[in-house]
Design a binder for this molecule. Structure first.
Ligand SMILES: [Zn+2]
Length: 311
């Protein structure tokens, strides 16, 4: 079941794209496991960063990329959600206010550290990571300014990719930093959140009609990318309904399912985690209710080995 369609081992280096005046995306190809995007807004005397990266090496390279654009310090760091690829590197930003949803902080404090050599990504050298949870948290939204440029940091209102997803919306520029609510070219992943919640949020993001979307993984895109994500999540929902009715476990359902048009998305083994979440929702579980490590272990099983992560 290992995907052979993608050459993960000969990736282009990360790159900066100025998506609007003074607003930069930092894209890490190919957007697979833990190769997350970040971004930064440059003001006259300070920088706001959207997310950190997964490893010490990748986060330090990102900070060097910022320094290649401006000598101003990063004074504020926003975490779009608690996942380690977006937050592990928080500790390398120095004295910085870290802004996120309340539940992002709670999740980070609850998360055990990922020791080297174990877990779903055993080959990754995370570096010298020290937990640095958000220091300024909110429940609904917070408005920030970079000089006169307004940024709305908004909780999406429901579990979706995780329990604590926030987006960064720059209305004057019609630019959206979407975090992992949007994967461009990768398989959506809602194990830690909600399939139905994600569908609702994607509707909301479509209605916002951003000109530019910086996704959590994959290339900068437009609002058209949302159709494919909705199609995938509807496919997961329908597959879960019929497989559950037939008495199949999520893993067996995944193994017996032809991914069809979605087979070429990166990290297709996420179907297992997504089916676990869809099954839980069919059983009436609350959105975002914890599912546990079994789903991760079964993704490894489906994949026929550790998840391919070159962070
Ligand atoms: Zn994530």
């Amino acid at each position: 079941m290992t995907s052979t369609a993608h050459d993960h081992d000969n990736l282009a280096p990360p790159r900066i794209e100025e998506v609007s005046d003074g607003v930069f995306a930092y894209i890490q190809p190919d957007g697979g496991w833990c190769l997350n995007n970040t971004g930064f807004l440059v003001g006259s005397d300070s920088v706001v960063s959207v997310d950190a990266s997964s490893t010490e090496r990748r986060t330090r390279a990102y900070l060097e990329a910022i320094a290649s654009v401006t000598s101003a310090p990063v004074r504020t760091l926003i975490n779009t959600h608690s996942h380690l690829d977006h937050t592990n590197g928080n500790c390398f930003f120095g004295p910085t206010t870290i802004v996120a949803h309340h539940d992002c902080r709670a999740e980070m404090l609850n998360m055990p550290p990922m020791p080297p050599g174990v877990g779903p990504f055993p080959g990754v050298d995370w570096g010298n990571i020290e937990k640095a949870p958000p220091t300024l948290t909110f429940s609904d939204s917070v408005t920030m300014f970079v000089d006169d440029l307004r940024m709305e940091v908004r909780y999406v209102g429901t579990p979706a990719h995780t329990t604590n997803d926030v987006t960064v919306w720059i209305p004057e520029r019609s630019v959206l930093f979407a975090g992992d609510l949007i994967f461009n070219g990768g398989t959506p992943f809602n194990l830690a959140g909600s399939i139905s919640g994600a569908l609702k949020v994607l509707d909301d993001l479509r209605a916002l009609n951003p000109s530019v979307i910086v996704p959590g993984h994959g290339d900068v895109c437009g609002v058209g990318v949302i159709d494919g994500l909705v199609a995938y999540l509807n496919f997961v929902t329908e597959t879960a309904k019929s497989a559950k009715a037939a008495g199949l476990s999520p893993l067996d359902a995944a193994l017996q399912t032809d991914l069809g048009e979605f087979a070429d998305l990166l990290d297709p083994e996420r179907i297992v985690g997504n089916l676990h979440r869809a099954y839980a929702e069919l059983d009436g579980a609350a959105p975002g209710a914890p599912i546990g490590m079994v789903a991760i272990q079964e993704m490894v099983q489906y994949n026929g080995g550790p998840l391919h992560c070159v962070a």
